[in-house]
Design a protein around this ligand. Structure first.
Ligand SMILES: *Cc1c(COP(=O)(O)O)cnc(C)c1O
Length: 343
């Protein structure tokens, strides 16, 4: 019983190479669930791409990319904080570049970790982490290895914002500039304009930028005929019509959620359904599984490793062992198998 991500590996890799050609200085981001592929696959693809640095989200993600074979520089994107012992131990690792986003942290590192390799993150209109313009006057990096300034922009970030922030930082101290979320064209313009080396951290556009080379499927595990009014599932909801329960692989453990909105129902009804966590009658919430050419409702909320769907009518349209398409949110899905093959 398998929730599977099928990747046309040749086409996927040719997308990686073409993006790398357009984005000199690209730094692959391998974080979280590895955008559905797993951190290990991202690390191996980054090795094959021949880039000199990879970025991970947290200190905990450094080991997994190394175990997959990555041995060059690793940038930790989440800023270092004094209370994080693992992140602190990595300050002494010669292939780890840590992000610093507060002057107090910088001052502490100057005392405690001479020679740490750091990137200083600037506050942007994101306002997630970063030094503000007024902080720049208090930035002293003496003793530390300043690998660059970081500008983490909102989605579709603005070239003007990136340029203004980078200029202010470079006026204080020259170092490479690492950006996130510029378009390919804006990044090219930015690189031309900057008097220093530029890098761009890219996850989504790299791993998920060619969706046509990916296919996500679930296995049909069981098919049962039901009559209207029959009770079913943990919650013993009633079948709304004559039809079939189709049981597929893929459940809450994989990140399959009872969240697909049904357009014809009101927002309030939807909120109630989700808030209840239980459907009063089977077949109220559209599932991400496609059976017989269209998305089918859940018969009840997804289980840990499987989902019960309701297929109305006289034919179930699938049989045990079939693979059916399932729409997955790639950053929250944990696939049982990622198959790098031909399609
Ligand atoms: C996650 C992250 C990225 C990559 O974002 P994508 O939208 O997946 O390309 C880049 N920079 C930072 C700081 C991030 O946290």
């Amino acid at each position: 019983m398998t929730l599977r991500l099928n990747v046309d590996a040749d086409a996927w890799r040719s997308h990686h190479r073409s993006l790398l050609e357009q984005v000199p200085g690209l730094v692959p981001v391998a974080k979280g669930n590895g955008y559905g592929f797993g951190l290990e696959n991202c690390a191996r693809e980054a090795v094959a791409l021949g880039v000199d640095a990879i970025a991970v989200g947290t200190a905990h993600e450094v080991l997994p990319v190394r175990l997959a074979g990555w041995s060059r520089d690793v940038v930790v994107l989440n800023p270092w904080r004094p209370a994080d012992p693992l992140a602190t131990s990595l300050l002494e690792d010669e292939h780890v570049i840590s992000t610093v986003s507060r002057t107090r942290d910088l001052d502490q590192l100057r005392q405690s970790h001479q020679r740490a390799r750091i990137i200083l993150e600037l506050d942007t209109t994101m306002h997630r982490h970063g030094l503000r313009a007024a902080d720049l006057d208090h930035v002293v990096t003496a003793g530390l290895a300043l690998e660059g300034w970081a500008v983490h922009l909102p989605a579709n970030g603005s070239l003007e914002e990136a340029t203004a922030l980078a200029r202010a930082a470079l006026a204080h101290q020259h170092a490479p500039v690492w950006v996130s979320h510029l378009s390919v064209a804006d990044y090219a313009a930015f690189s031309t304009e900057m008097p220093v080396e530029t890098r761009m951290r890219v996850g989504t556009r790299l791993w998920l930028g060619a969706p046509e080379v990916l296919a996500t499927t679930a296995t049909v595990l069981d098919v049962h005929p039901v009559k209207r009014g029959d009770r079913l599932g943990y919650h013993q909801a009633r079948a709304p019509r004559d039809g079939f329960i189709v049981v597929t692989s893929g459940g809450t453990a994989h990140g399959i959620a009872l969240a697909a909105p049904v357009p014809q129902r009101s927002l309030r009804q939807r909120i109630n359904t989700i808030a209840d966590g239980v459907m009063r009658a089977a077949g109220n919430a559209l599932s991400p599984f496609t059976v017989g050419g269209r998305k089918r409702p859940f018969a009840e909320p997804p289980h840990m490793h499987s989902s019960m769907l309701f297929v109305a009518g006289r034919r179930p349209r699938v049989e045990v062992g079939d693979e059916v398409p399932v729409t997955c949110r790639m950053t929250t899905t944990r696939f049982d198998e990622v198959v790098l093959g031909q399609r």
